[in-house]
Design a protein. Sequence first.
Length: 235
Amino acid sequence: MIVAELEIFHSRPIAPTRRIALGTQNLPIEPAPGAGGLLLAAIVAQSADRIEADLREDLYYLIEQLDAGQRIAQPRVRHRFQDDQVGLIKSTHRLLADGDELSFEFDDDLGRPVQQALGAVYATAALEGEVRRQVFDAIRNALLWIGDVDARFMTQVMGGRKASMAELMAWNDPVAWALDILGLEADNDGANKRAVQRRFRTLLRDAHPDHGADDVEAAQRIADLTEARRILLAS
């Protein structure tokens, strides 16, 4: 399943003119930075250590200007950002979920690393207000990332959460995640506190190893139920 996706159109590496445009932008960012912000930061991290030193400096300065909402004269970082995709080739980057497992799919064989990073940066600039600031903060950290852009990277961006779909949902929308864990529906005032406690006790009893659950799975289930109850009682 595609959780987030970004298409970056760019000139061929050997082309005399260097151009960047954006295509499909499936970037969920609420609450920020969201799955979309995670993907944008990952694209930058995947490219960062292969960008020439002078271009990295220019890229960082561009990020500061875009974050501040400044008007950007083109070209920048040796590339012109435009709307027109004619004559450009496409790279598609995705955040995928296979069951509960998250992974990145980077399509960066046809473009230069700086082109991929610029695409992610300009996509971030299209966001608004506080959301843009939070995603740019994730991108700044991604510029300093060393190593593979994998589950460890996701955990870093997600504030220590495990790289799983469940943890991503909990990070993005903790109340919706908690309701799903407890099998409850929100009403006008959120989940009823008494219903939360009653449902928690029922599911906790069912999750106990004495009822046939595997010890490891039971421990995780109990932890999820406990966290879900805490979120809903505090909301």
